[in-house]
Design a protein around this ligand. Structure first.
Ligand SMILES: Nc1ncnc2c1ncn2[C@@H]1O[C@H](COP(=O)(O)OP(=O)(O)O)[C@@H](O)[C@H]1O
Ligand SMILES: [Mg+2]
Length: 272
């Protein structure tokens, strides 16, 4: 199976750190209890994946994460017959395993997947909650503990790659964005170990860099990159060099755009 599916059998003790921004944890829990599928929208690196792994651990459910790509087919999710030692054997895909076990299946960047994937998702996301496996002749009924979660980034969505209304109108949906400054400061501090005061300077810088989005930049600098920057700083890289390597180079290849970003960085940290 060539699907990048990771199974995190987390115990209640090691719930991954997630700092809530609003009522997202409560809303997710309601959706889980009421057997409703959940859709997360938001820019890259803003905490969607962390949120889902946090909630799965909190709810004590196994998590099956699939990073969708343009070759991903329905069979990659449901399963297929594989030749093993001269015998053909059915092997469940991550979605089927989540349905059988009562876990959470998380389809990251779902808009990238092939169109036939939605055919599988539709009967699972209405009140039937069914997963038909044509190949094995099974019709699986999702248990109460099964939940489908999907996410995508509306920022770099093209017309060809968006969810059809008939699909998106099956989900409880929520927009994610970069956390407000004080929350993001605490997240960067907790994840990197950089003192809060230095993190605050980094968050101020991020606001200036994010303000440049649109004109020259496709996406604003992510929380993930701020954590990278803080991590380099904690380990002795100068602030300006760390910022160049994490907040400039990953965002743009354009010399003028890079220079604009560097100006904001020097204004914050000086030359070093
Ligand atoms: N609210 C949050 N609480 C804790 N960590 C967060 C939060 N938001 C972002 N992060 C940090 O940012 C990193 C990137 O977030 P991630 O969930 O991978 O982004 P996405 O899936 O939206 O691309 C995470 O690994 C985590 O360190
Ligand atoms: Mg992610």
């Amino acid at each position: 199976m060539d699907v990048a599916a990771t199974v995190d059998q987390q115990s209640q003790q090691d719930v991954p750190f997630y700092e809530p921004v609003g009522n997202e944890c409560e809303l997710f829990e309601h959706a889980f209890r009421q057997h409703l599928p959940f859709l997360l929208k938001g820019p890259t690196g803003c905490g969607k994946t962390r949120f889902v792994s946090h909630m799965a651990a909190r709810l004590g459910r196994p998590l099956y994460t699939v990073s969708c790509h343009d070759d991903l087919t329905a069979a990659d999710l449901t399963g297929r017959y594989l030749l093993q030692g001269g015998e053909t054997r059915w092997v469940d895909g991550p979605l089927t395993r989540a349905v059988r076990e009562g876990g959470i299946c998380y389809l990251d960047e779902v808009v990238e997947a092939r169109k036939d994937v939605t055919v599988v998702l539709h009967p699972l996301t209405d009140d039937r909650r069914l997963l038909p496996l044509e190949r094995t002749g099974e019709l699986l009924e999702a248990p109460d503990d099964f939940m489908l979660v999907v996410s995508y980034n509306p920022g770099y969505q093209h017309i060809l790659k968006s969810l059809k209304p008939s699909t998106r109108q099956r989900f409880v949906a929520m927009s994610f964005d970069f956390p407000p400054p004080a929350v993001e400061r605490d997240i960067v501090a907790a994840e990197s170990g950089l003192p809060a005061q230095q993190c605050a300077a980094l968050i101020n810088l991020a606001a200036r860099l994010r303000a440049m989005k649109g004109q020259d930049l496709e996406e604003g600098v992510s929380t993930r990159l701020l954590i990278y920057c803080a991590t380099l700083m904690v380990n002795g890289v100068s602030a300006t060099q760390a910022a160049q390597a994490t907040l400039v180079e990953p965002l743009s290849d354009d010399a003028d755009v890079q220079e604009g970003l560097m100006e904001a960085i020097r204004a914050t940290f000086g030359e070093d």
